[in-house]
Design a protein around this ligand. Structure first.
Ligand SMILES: Nc1ncnc2c1ncn2[C@@H]1O[C@H](COP(=O)(O)OP(=O)(O)OP(=O)(O)O)[C@@H](O)[C@H]1O
Ligand SMILES: [Mg+2]
Length: 234
């Protein structure tokens, strides 16, 4: 059984009398352990898709099966349990608590999931920040802040890591660092990672690239020989 299966997923937003169909009958399957890049231009529905997968939003119609369970059919309490225990989110602008240190930010996420959590200090060491545990976000570089955000997502030991333009506000070298951190984790833990981006270069490192446009999946291409992050040509 696939880890994720979307069946005929529709999502529309109405604003000021105008309706936008951000997901138009999406069908999609993602296997356990895959490193997937969802690629599409601005406005194509990538964030919408990620929000649906993460249980942050509900589809208007259709099914979103995760491990066989339809999260679109869950009530608010169960959906919030799903988000807390199954999903690790990474955003373009990190979203760390500015008044908590790196370690406190990661601890906070660990406490949300109790026994399921990995060890916060080990997670920060694994992303190369063992010497920055007590730094506050404002005392860290952009790439370091994003690596704290990755540690915060991974410490929950979630089924699914979802990242929305994780390198969008980083320079080239720092972006490479962040992508490498994500790929290393995917390789060592077998955790499923989904990155949405408009940056076609990132697609080279994926096991599979899903091209989206105008709320639809255009195609899904398996990459038989994903590139190492260092080999991506920018
Ligand atoms: N909360 C909302 N209310 C109204 N319209 C929305 C809302 N969220 C998204 N949309 C519309 O849905 C479409 C898809 O938006 P989405 O944010 O998913 O695109 P995206 O591919 O992530 O774009 P970007 O690369 O710029 O982040 C857009 O046309 C957008 O204007
Ligand atoms: Mg977006």
């Amino acid at each position: 059984m696939a880890l994720i299966e979307l069946q005929a997923v529709e999502k529309a937003y109405t604003l000021g009398g105008e309706t936008v169909r951000a997901a138009k009958g999406i069908n999609l399957t993602i296997e356990q352990g895959e490193f997937v890049v969802i690629l599409g231009p601005s406005g194509s529905g990538k964030t919408t898709l990620l929000n649906l997968l993460g249980g942050l939003e509900k589809p208007d119609t259709g099914k979103i099966l995760v491990d066989g369970q339809d999260i679109a059919a869950l009530g608010e309490t169960k959906l919030s349990d799903y988000r807390r225990t199954n999903v690790g989110l990474i955003f373009q602008f990190f979203n760390l608590f500015p008044t908590l240190s790196a370690l406190e930010n990661v601890n906070f996420a660990a406490e949300l999931v109790g026994k399921q959590a990995r060890k916060p200090v080990e997670m920060l060491e694994a992303v190369g920040l063992g010497s920055r545990l007590n730094h506050y976000p404002g005392q860290l570089s952009g790439g370091q802040q994003q690596r704290v955000a990755i540690a915060r997502a991974l410490v929950k030991n979630p089924k699914l890591i979802l990242a929305d333009e994780p390198t969008g506000s980083l320079d080239y070298k720092t972006g490479i660092d962040v992508l490498k951190t994500m790929r290393d984790f995917n390789t060592s833990t077998g955790q499923t990672c989904i990155i949405v981006t408009h940056n076609a270069t990132i697609a080279g490192m994926a096991d599979r690239v899903i091209h989206v446009g105008d709320g639809q999946v255009h195609n899904s291409v398996i990459n038989p020989t994903p590139k190492l992050v260092e080999e991506l040509e920018w």
